[in-house]
Design a protein around this ligand. Structure first.
Ligand code: ZN
Length: 87
């Protein structure tokens, strides 16, 4: 995935509306691309990002770590709450 494509999908991803076929590529990209990690953390605060996408799925560790590191919080438990499961 190219950075421009990532950035086009970022809003959809945060809204939980990314096409399923694009999700893996998106998550792989942010795990490896510093520029897009910065872009994503600028786009919304880490807390809001996690509030949105933990509603239905566990965030991949790489994505959680990427967002956490970029947001500048010292403790992930304060910053990016773990996913809640209703099972
Ligand atoms: Zn990128």
């Amino acid at each position: 995935m190219k950075c421009v494509e990532f950035q086009e999908l970022m809003a959809a991803y945060l809204e939980g509306e990314i096409p399923p076929g694009k999700r893996d590529a998106f998550e792989q990209h942010i795990a490896s691309c510093e520029r897009c990690q910065a872009e994503m953390s600028d786009y919304e605060s880490c807390t809001r990002i996690f509030q949105r996408f933990v509603n239905d799925e566990d965030p991949p560790d790489a994505l959680r770590k990427a967002v956490f590191e970029k947001c500048g919080c010292k403790d992930p438990s304060e910053c990016c709450p773990p996913p809640k499961r209703d099972k």
